[in-house]
Write a protein that binds this ligand. Structure first.
Ligand code: HEM
Length: 508
């Protein structure tokens, strides 16, 4: 009685299992191939992987510029399951300024590794919470009015320390990157915590760890978690590394908050909770129940990283440019020495007197484009770009480097030529006037540290060139400022190099 029934059930089970497997495989293939949904031309990729392996890891912006020549200034890349729309010229990039393009794609590797995940700014999607976090951070950075003088003071203090360290080598060769890094990090720490909270060696080590972690991820480490987020449930090695990064970041943020709070209590006042520090503003919002600790940690982490890596890339390149273009350096020195007395330090009020200095800074921004591919955006609704329909949630990349090297806007674009930013009266253009130059991004997600970044770079360049001259350690082997020799990971990192400095006396 039971035997035929058992055989039937076995058959039934076999049919069900096979059927489920077939359906499962079908859905898996459909999921992996994700049938093309955006009708835009682009380079042909290989099944499953798309163009991921064709995209140069070190020079993606140059590779993308080459594809743009073949497929146009709006084209599509397929990166595993993800379709990415790339904009490669000034006009198209300007079209992405609207709210339609102000989202951020979800990146699991960044979300997992950053304290607060995507609840801060850089990786948060376009929503009310982002607007609040941007507003609070801008208030904390306080870049205007009297607070701007404070930024100059703390900036000059860290630059002075860097100059002293450079000069302490007494004409011997040294690697400038560590003192430079320290100068930039100390400034950002002061902005975040206030000058009352001491900057200690551990802070420098912590920020450096955060920077390295971000660079590794930007270069692809943990990428498989973006493609297959479910892998995180299996505790893979990448996942564990990202979680360690997250923990280290949270520990540093906690230390900073504890130090800040105890300084507040020590002085028995609200002095350190002043609205002119990023952490002060965030903690007030936290205490008022407007935001949670993930928001606070996330902004601390992002300010520490976004505020240092980009400035460092720019200044690192500036030093290399001075070694490679000694005529430009001599003209800079001559301008600064003539305009600023030897016993004074250049300040922001001296900008008008230093047009060539301003032009060198703009040309450095154009020449190197510190974030050559910007930071990926995402469409917030179904929209259009030129003649193409772009669905909601599509990733958008902007090739800022290509736009900054477009011969229609910048003649002889591969040459470093600061004069291009001087008008016929010898005055420098302002960044806001040069529409085709946008190193800080465009639209609703543009950099909120733009003013601080610009002021700080001006103070660094003018004060350095007021006090010293950069000289190659070996005149027959000058370190290259060719970006092809640099690592690219959101921003650049030059290979290590050495130089000498000469102090400038009153006559330069
Ligand atoms: C040379 C200096 C700097 C450069 C070239 C630079 C460049 C950029 C770029 C290209 C973006 C992406 C814009 C986009 O998505 O369209 C960005 C975003 C951002 N930057 Fe900067 N940055 C600099 C300095 C700073 C500083 C000093 C801070 C903070 C103190 C800062 C904080 C941020 C933040 C929080 C974002 C995210 C904005 C958002 O997603 O809404 N940056 N920056």
């Amino acid at each position: 009685m039971f035997l035929p029934l058992a055989r039937d059930s076995c058959k039934m089970a076999a049919v069900l299992i096979t059927g489920s497997l077939v359906v499962g495989i079908f859905f898996l293939i459909a999921f992996l191939f994700r049938w093309r949904k955006i009708d835009i031309p682009g380079p042909k990729g290989i099944p499953l992987i798309g163009n991921a392996l064709q995209l140069s890891k070190d020079l993606p912006y140059i590779q993308i510029q080459e594809w743009a020549k073949e497929f146009g200034n709006v084209f599509k890349l397929q990166l595993f399951r993800e379709e990415v729309v790339v904009c490669s010229d000034y006009e198209t990039i300007m079209m992405t300024r609207s709210d339609d393009f102000a989202g951020r794609p979800k990146s699991w590797r960044f979300t997992l590794s950053i304290p607060g995940g995507d609840k801060a700014i850089l990786f948060q999607d376009f929503n009310q919470s982002l607007k609040l976090m941007r507003k609070l951070t801008v208030r904390g950075l306080k870049q205007y009015g009297e607070a701007s003088d404070r930024i100059v003071d703390i900036s000059l203090e860290s630059i002075e320390e860097c100059i002293t360290e450079f000069l302490s080598h007494n004409g011997e060769a040294f690697n400038p990157i560590i003192p430079l890094d320290r100068c930039i990090t100390k400034f950002i720490m002061n902005l975040m915590l206030g000058e009352n909270v001491d900057f200690i060696e551990d802070d420098f080590v912590a920020v450096e760890k955060m920077q390295r972690g971000m660079e590794h991820m930007a270069q692809g480490s943990g990428q498989e978690l973006d493609i297959f987020p479910w892998l995180r449930h299996f505790g893979t090695k990448s996942y564990r590394v990202l979680m360690e990064m997250n923990k280290a970041g949270c520990d540093s943020c906690k230390t900073w908050i504890d130090r800040y709070r105890s300084k507040s209590e020590e002085s028995n006042s609200n002095d350190t909770k002043s609205i002119t520090t990023v952490l002060g503003v965030l903690l007030t919002a936290y205490d008022d129940g407007l935001i949670d600790m993930d928001n606070v940690n996330g902004v601390l982490f992002e300010t520490a990283v976004a505020g240092t890596l980009t400035t460092k890339a720019h200044l690192d390149c500036f030093i290399l440019l001075m070694l490679n273009y000694p005529d430009v350096q001599e003209r800079l020195i001559a301008e600064i020495q003539a305009a600023i007395p030897a016993d004074k330090s250049p300040t922001l009020a001296d900008r008008e007197k230093l047009p060539f200095t301003e032009a060198v800074i703009l040309e450095n921004f154009r020449f190197m484009s510190p974030a050559p591919l910007g930071v990926a955006h995402k469409t917030t609704c179904n929209t259009t770009l030129r003649r193409y329909k772009i669905p909601k949630d599509t990733q958008i990349w902007t090739n800022v480097w290509a736009a900054h090297h477009d011969p229609r806007y910048f003649t002889d674009p591969l040459t470093f030529k600061p004069e291009r930013f001087l008008n016929s009266d010898g005055k420098a253009y302002k960044l806001a006037d040069v529409k085709s130059l946008f190193p800080f991004g465009v639209g609703k997600r543009s950099c909120l540290g733009e003013k601080i970044g610009m002021d700080r770079i001006f103070l660094f360049v003018s004060n350095m060139m007021h006090r010293l001259r950069f000289v190659p350690a070996n005149k027959n082997n000058i370190p290259s400022c060719d970006l092809k020799t640099f690592n690219t990971a959101i921003t650049y990192q030059s290979p290590p190099f050495c130089l000498k400095v000469e102090p400038l006396d009153k006559n330069g």
